[in-house]
Design a protein around this ligand. Structure first.
Ligand code: ARG
Length: 576
């Protein structure tokens, strides 16, 4: 099981639930946000205890409820429904309080200092030099960046690390390819695309002429030995790639605190390997150095090849120690595809065997594959889908839709960029991250779907209402009165309020599960719920007693939608 980082509110609730033989942390880990916000603020599924207590979930829920209510507690209600316990905190002044909080706090709403003093390393995006920034790196990039923003919002100190793939024999191949087929004109124009082209050519040619591989090995050796010519080319490939991915990161609004990649650890593996030797954890196998993990049902972790070469795992081992020493992290995350599950299991196990208690704080955050409707990709064969091209095409298509909808839109190009790029990011973050997903332009740009444009459009509607309603500061200088708040009565209004209320808890849950899609789903819910409200209620021309409260609701929805979108890395155009 992934190690969770439990929302303090859930721990508080769990403190009131007494189940023999189950500790508070475990109970807290079962507490969830009910699917329908009207049911309660939190819910506890009691089937979790059925085996232990040998009773039906419904009976357990009933008993726990009486027990909780027999003692002082902070809840306004505790209900047992279908084997669930639903908890509500005091909501006597819910609507008024929620709206006042949002009006007062603005974009800060939902923030907390629960993470104060805790550093979280997030290894994400971690692209490979001289290989294209393709759609396979999309998930790691956007999941990692979303977690980064959410940690920041909840008071943690995140450290974003782009663990560049900037070391390995492929650089030898690239030099050979460049020397034979490199074209500086093309390189200037096409950048990494040209490098990919010649890299692919290398593999095709090497099948005919194996001598190319030897040549490549020799060049890589030169890089290792610090040969000037080899290093010059290596550096050129690296800066070319970084310049290009930098443009994509800028469009996605992403920055990193560190670009220390694999090469950075070249001189940091020695001491770790020595310690492993001293601890007697290294076994020699055909001249290679491995850590035997048979006892834990895993293949061995290969650290040094027979020819003395170190590996990806060796660098990751050194990197883990370096990060612990440098950042003294509370948690260290690796946002990397599930294909590397075994790699991280091995890595964490080796660190555990070394006696480092912080192995528990290392978390692999895996995700599924993204493919396009029309086929997948592989660098070697050159069938690659470039992230930049996907973004460009989405922006172009978004531009067309926007023009159809609103010909007179100001800054149409800037809006198209936000909608197009946003739609790709939003899509990548809308499903449980472990799911494999298939990308389609029509799907992600559908204004009526569970998409960025749907939410962005809803928000623009709120913004336009606000513009007509007048200045927020003046409007809400006086708090909303009891009578005014009645203007929000009704099922639709209550639903919007209960969703607004849980924003902070939703972010906390997203962090607890390392699952930004929880925020994305929430934003969709909120937009939908608001649209139902909007259909059922007059706003600008509401009865005078109700008007101010309804405008406050619109304002609050727009604040939370925009902040939610910002957290997942999607822009919110004022007008669409
Ligand atoms: N560069 C690797 C890849 O593209 C991902 C690196 C992930 N980070 C790490 N510390 N291993 O597959």
């Amino acid at each position: 099981m992934e190690k969770l980082n439990i929302d303090p509110k859930k721990l508080e609730i769990a403190g009131y639930v007494k189940v023999a033989g189950v500790d508070t942390e475990e109970i807290a880990s079962y507490v969830m946000l009910p699917p329908d916000a009207a049911m309660g603020d939190y819910a506890l599924p009691c089937f979790r205890f059925a085996k232990q207590l040998r009773k039906s979930p419904a009976a357990i829920a009933e008993e726990l409820r009486s027990d909780i209510l027999s003692r002082p507690n902070p809840f306004s209600s505790v209900e047992a429904v279908n084997g669930y316990l639903n908890f509500k905190f005091d909501r006597s002044e819910t609507a008024g309080k929620v709206l006042a909080d949002i009006i007062r706090e603005g974009a800060n709403y939902g923030a907390s200092d629960e993470g104060s003093g805790k550093t979280v390393c997030i290894d994400f995006s971690s692209i490979n030099i001289a290989k294209p920034f393709h759609i396979g790196h999309l998930s790691s990039t956007v999941i990692g960046a979303a977690l980064y923003r959410m940690y920041l919002k909840r008071g943690y100190k995140p450290v974003g690390i782009n663990h560049l793939g900037d070391w390995g024999t492929q650089f030898g191949k690239l030099i050979v390819a460049y020397k034979r087929w490199g074209d500086d004109e093309k390189l200037k124009k096409e950048g990494v695309m040209h490098l990919t082209e010649i890299y692919v050519k290398f593999h095709a040619e090497a099948e005919e002429d194996p001598a190319l591989e030897d040549e490549a090995r020799a060049w890589f050796k030169k890089i290792e030995d610090g040969d000037a010519e080899a290093l010059r080319l290596y550096d050129m490939f690296k800066s070319l790639t970084l310049e290009e991915v930098g443009k994509v990161y800028a469009r996605l609004g992403i920055t990193f605190d560190s670009y220390n990649g694999e090469a950075f650890y070249n001189d940091k593996m020695g001491p770790v390997l020595e310690r492993l030797e001293k601890l007697g954890l290294i076994t020699e196998s055909d001249g290679a150095k491995i850590v035997d993990l048979k006892e834990w049902g895993m293949s061995p972790c290969l650290l040094v090849k027979a020819d003395g070469a170190t590996l990806y795992a060796t660098r990751d081992l050194a990197a883990a120690f370096y990060r612990k020493k440098t950042y003294d992290f509370y948690k260290s995350l690796y946002v990397v595809a599930y294909q590397q599950n075994l790699h991280f299991k091995q890595l964490f196990k080796v660190i555990e065997l070394m006696g480092e208690s912080w192995y528990k704080d290392l978390v692999h955050v895996p995700f599924g594959m993204v493919s396009l409707e029309d086929g997948t990709m592989s660098t070697r064969k050159g069938k690659v889908v470039w992230l930049k091209d996907v973004l460009d095409k989405a922006v172009e298509k978004a531009g067309k839709v926007i023009e159809e909808k609103n010909e007179r839109l100001k800054d149409a190009a800037a809006v198209a960029e936000k909608v197009g790029v946003g739609s790709v990011v939003f899509f990548a973050l809308s499903n449980n991250r472990i799911k494999d997903i298939t990308f389609s332009y029509d799907k992600v740009l559908n204004f009526d779907g569970e998409t960025a444009p749907y939410v962005q459009y809803t928000n623009a509607r709120c913004r336009s209402l606000m513009k007509k309603a007048g200045d927020v500061k003046t409007l809400f200088a006086e708090p909303l009165g009891h009578e005014e708040l009645k203007g929000l009565d009704g099922k639709e209004g209550e639903e919007v309020i209960s969703l607004l209320k849980r924003f902070g808890a939703v972010i906390a849950e997203a962090l607890e599960k390392y699952e930004p899609s929880i925020v994305t789903r929430y934003i969709i819910e909120l937009a939908r719920s608001f649209n139902r409200y909007y259909l059922a209620n007059r706003i600008l021309n509401a009865e005078p007693e109700a008007r101010r409260a309804r405008i406050a609701l619109v304002y609050a929805v727009s604040v939370v939608l925009e902040e939610g979108l910002r957290l997942i890395g999607v822009g919110a155009p004022e007008e669409m």
